[in-house]
Design a protein around this ligand. Structure first.
Ligand code: SIN
Ligand code: CO
Length: 394
């Protein structure tokens, strides 16, 4: 048995890329990720019939509603009763009757709370982790939806249960109805219409107008992406720089002459300060550290669950060697060169340390034998992450 497992691991190791590519191809029908990115990503919609053949919902309706009740889960309830749109933010304790038409419950970040949802999201990893956002699940009664709108990011809409009619269009007029609690397009002009069955998937580029309406009870899974505003990045970068800069010394003016206009800021003062502030420079390495810390920062609602009775370092090393380790569903781990980022923190790894950590970041798990050669620094760091709930034993 042990021998078979080792053979399987060796096979997976040797043919890992092929296995990964096969998995990725399944999601996009017979299209390779390279062709999808070249021809469709950010450019035009793609409908994939039976992207996941025989797909079944990963969690039942009741489990979804239980999540919506939690205050660490982002959820929304949207009703469209008597042609009137209403939006309520979660936690959602009470929903309208299932027999009532035209309402929908949306639960964000389900991947943070359920392994199967996390695995589904990770199947989209032909797109870098730094761009992947979350898996949202919507439940709707007959006629339910969020109205005709557009999103500023790409989205994969996977039908999980029941049917949904999507009407979509490339319209340029993205003006919205004023005074609405949600984004509703004023002049929606759909050009195509598709009815999606469980397992079918529709990709839409950013700003592509769409309206999905449930035909009977339905559940739709949306895989969304992060598209930070440059303004938001710029402001966060300046905050990062504020903690990084070093400008020694104080303002001094030994050459001062008597002031003729005491309220005026002198040219000499302006030039001196200007010169000093020009010492604040940054390069690509500063941007890399900022970006890694910023993008790996968990959302404010995320809390890690530390083990109730954590193992000592020695016991942890022994258990990890046997069972391997994996990143918590909530952990963001990225890297750039020798800089490793995890949950908003960064550090520099030496050459020997990089190998297991980069493997862990890319695969989100590490087999026990990959830890056999890990340095004591790496093992101590992993033990600390385990104590924080950032990684778990496999
Ligand atoms: C939904 O699942 O109802 C909405 C998804 C979307 O339109 O982006
Ligand atoms: Co949308």
């Amino acid at each position: 048995m042990a021998c078979e497992i080792r053979e399987l691991q060796e096979f997976q190791h040797k043919h890992g890329d092929i296995i990964e590519a096969m998995k990725k191809m399944t999601l996009l029908g017979d299209m390779t990720p390279a062709r999808f990115l070249r021809e469709y990503w950010h450019k035009k919609p793609l409908l994939v019939r039976q992207a996941i053949p025989g797909f079944k919902p990963l969690l039942k309706r009741d489990a979804l509603f239980d999540l919506a009740r939690q205050d660490d889960v982002e959820s929304r309830l949207i009703t469209h009763f008597d042609r009137h749109w209403e939006l309520r933010h979660g936690p959602i304790d009470k929903t309208p009757a299932f027999s009532q038409k035209e309402w929908t419950l949306l639960v964000q970040g389900v991947n943070l709370h359920q392994d199967a949802a996390d695995r589904l999201l990770r199947q989209f990893n032909f797109i870098p982790d730094a761009r992947l956002d979350d898996l949202m699940i919507s439940y709707a009664t007959d006629g339910g939806g969020v109205g005709p709108h557009f999103d500023s990011y790409d989205v994969f809409l996977l039908q999980a249960h029941g049917q949904r009619r999507w009407r979509i269009g490339p319209q340029k007029d993205l003006s919205l109805v004023e005074g609405m609690p949600l984004k509703i397009l004023k002049n929606f002009k759909p050009e195509q219409e598709y009815v999606l069955e469980p397992g079918d998937m529709l990709y839409l580029p950013p700003h592509y107008a769409h309206d999905g309406v449930a035909i009977g009870e339905c559940m739709t899974y949306s895989v969304g992406f992060r598209t930070p505003h440059y303004q938001e990045l710029g402001e966060a970068f300046l905050q990062f720089m504020a903690e990084t800069i070093e400008l020694p010394g104080r303002y001094a003016d030994p050459e001062l002459t008597p002031a003729r206009a005491p309220a005026e800021i002198s040219t000499a003062m302006l030039q001196k300060v200007h010169h000093q502030l020009q010492q604040i420079t940054f390069d690509a390495a500063d941007v890399a550290i900022f970006l890694g810390e910023y993008l790996s920062e968990p959302k404010p609602s995320v809390f890690f669950k530390a083990p109730a009775r954590p193992l000592s370092l020695a016991r942890f090393i022994e258990a990890a060697g046997k069972r391997g380790i994996k990143l918590s569903r909530k952990t963001h781990m990225l890297y750039r060169g020798k800089h490793i980022f995890i949950n908003g923190e960064s550090f520099t790894a030496g050459r020997a340390e990089q190998k297991p950590l980069l493997l862990l970041a890319n695969q989100r798990q590490l087999a026990g034998d990959a830890l056999a050669t890990a340095s004591s620094d790496v093992l101590e760091t992993l033990h600390q992450w385990y104590g924080d709930g950032w990684i778990e034993l496999g």
